[in-house]
Design a protein around this ligand. Structure first.
Ligand code: NAD
Length: 471
């Protein structure tokens, strides 16, 4: 695949092999861009600002709808690419593409609803001066989007589509582990917008990502990825507008009055979907002692039913993780927890890039598997007595992305909703729930700013005040 700058497909002699984590085969290559390519993309995106700003909101909306129709027509092809480069089971990859179609549709709709407001200046001004005053939402200019490997199409769209809806131009730097499906997406979008409005530059984060972050000609960085990279970016961005969607260590609390079967189903899909490589995946399961044994018996039984295998096989539930070094890190985290006293109830083994779905009982808060984000299919179990202890354990984390709580007791549900420190609290649903229109983004180390089309658009506009004094 080639990268796309200023409406042109660009190749380089310097290329990176993109590997299928399932069997190590080369799927394709992408060019490794250099700083000159990054600067060309920044210059092109700046030159293209007028061409999108001169489009009417209706034209922008129609262009997004057209891209949405094409993406829907090509959804099997794109889902297959995601499966190949990420190792995501096809059954989950197609869900990602269906959600991406929705994300584009929501953006096409939202492009028609970017309003300012009238402002009553007489509340503060001198009584004998009268004004008509109103605000206008205007585009920021150029948005730099930097994305992770785990949802290469929908997370790219959560940045590109609202940026376009608000009439910005965009440069995306996709992840080098899995850039191909993002490039396909950009190829589709580019057909419906003037040249230079949507650009994709493939290259290393430390070079191409950093060039976007530090350029005075990029007006905003919208980043999704790890806490470490997010913090580094914020130190390099020198006052630039930033949205940071970072890692999580999301709890699933199951209280004594919960529907156990529902909670187990949520735990299985929340902890093991995409082999646990989900920012809002269930990463800590907090169980009231009164139901812990019942929950665990059923959880182990249901986990045993998961089928590991070729991601392209439509019956596969779990594929490999993104690469062998990630798999080795996860294996080490599991082994360290066991060495420190955790009980392995199921799984625990690695085979190349595959990690078995793993359940660990009797973990404690100082273990790495609980204290930090494990980006793999690992479910640590923590037993507590009652709702207060459950909330304390949930909040005992530097992260605060989302949380899930299972209870049929209204006052416990409200208590959890009020007291858990996280960007979203789901009652009777796992933390891994996300609808693409909802405000999404974490507290504490999990980030700053919100995505979810309408909320992303707010952060991709400037507000200008215009005041007319009566004469
Ligand atoms: P990562 O931080 O390693 O990489 C993310 C992107 O940043 C890649 O495109 C990478 O090339 C780029 N990058 C790396 N160094 C950079 C630099 N110095 N300057 C600019 N860009 C740079 O993350 P990953 O391993 O691809 O993804 C996994 C992480 O992402 C997990 O922590 C996960 O929780 C998080 N994540 C968060 C969300 C969310 O919405 N909160 C969603 C998905 C993933």
């Amino acid at each position: 695949m080639k990268m796309l700058i200023n409406g042109e497909f660009i190749d380089k002699d310097d290329k990176q092999n993109i590997l299928n984590p399932y069997n190590g085969e080369i799927i394709d290559t992408v060019p490794i861009a250099n700083l000159g390519d990054a600067h060309y993309a920044i210059e092109s995106a700046n030159l293209a600002k007028d061409s999108i700003q001169n489009m009417s909101a209706k034209e922008v909306s129609n262009a997004l709808y057209s891209a949405c129709v094409e993406l829907e027509e090509r959804k099997d092809e794109i889902a297959e690419l995601i499966s190949l480069e990420v190792g995501k089971p096809y059954k989950h990859a197609i869900v990602e593409v269906n959600r991406s179609v929705e994300t584009l549709k929501l953006s096409a709709e939202e492009a028609k609803r970017i309003y300012g407001e009238t402002v009553p200046l007489d509340v503060a001004g001198s009584a004998d001066e009268k004004f008509y005053a109103f605000t206008k939402k205007i585009p920021l200019g150029v948005v730099g989007a930097i994305t992770p490997f785990n949802f290469p199409v929908n997370l790219a769209l959560h940045k590109i589509a609202p940026a376009l809806a608000a009439k910005n131009t965009v440069i995306i730097k996709p992840p080098m582990e899995a850039p191909i499906s993002t490039l396909k997406l950009v190829e589709i979008l580019n057909k419906y917008f003037p040249k230079g409005v949507v650009n994709a530059v493939t290259g290393y984060g430390s070079e191409i990502g950093d060039a976007l972050v530090t350029s005075p000609d990029v007006d905003k960085i919208s980043f999704t990825g790890s806490v470490a990279t997010g913090l580094f970016i914020s130190s390099r961005a020198r006052g630039k507008k930033l949205t940071l969607e970072l890692g999580g260590n999301d709890p699933l609390i199951v209280l004594e009055d919960a529907n156990i079967e529902d909670a187990v189903n949520a735990a299985v899909s929340g902890a093991f979907s995409n082999s646990g490589q989900v920012c809002i995946g269930v990463k800590r399961i907090i169980l009231d002692n009164k139901i812990a044994d019942e929950f665990i018996d059923l959880f182990v039984k249901e986990t045993k039913k998961l089928k590991l295998g070729n991601p392209l096989d439509k019956s596969t539930d779990l594929g490999p993780v993104i690469d062998e070094s990630a798999a080795i890190n996860i294996e080490e985290t599991i082994n360290n927890a066991i060495k420190d006293g955790a009980d392995l109830l199921y799984g625990g083994k690695r085979n190349n890039c595959f990690i078995e779905p793993t359940i660990l009982d009797n973990v404690n808060m100082s273990m790495d598997v609980v204290a930090n984000e494990t980006f793999g299919p690992v479910a640590p179990l923590i037993r507590v007595n009652g709702v207060d202890e459950a909330i304390n354990v949930a909040n005992d984390s530097k992260y605060g992305l989302q949380a899930g709580v299972f209870t049929n007791n209204l006052s416990n549900a409200l208590k959890c909703a009020e007291e858990i420190v996280a960007g979203g609290v789901m009652i009777n649903k796992a933390s891994s729930f996300r609808a693409d229109n909802m405000p999404f983004g974490g507290f504490k180390s999990s980030g700053m700013g919100k995505e979810g089309i309408k909320y992303a658009i707010e952060d991709m506009c400037k507000t200008k005040l215009i005041a007319f004094k009566h004469i």
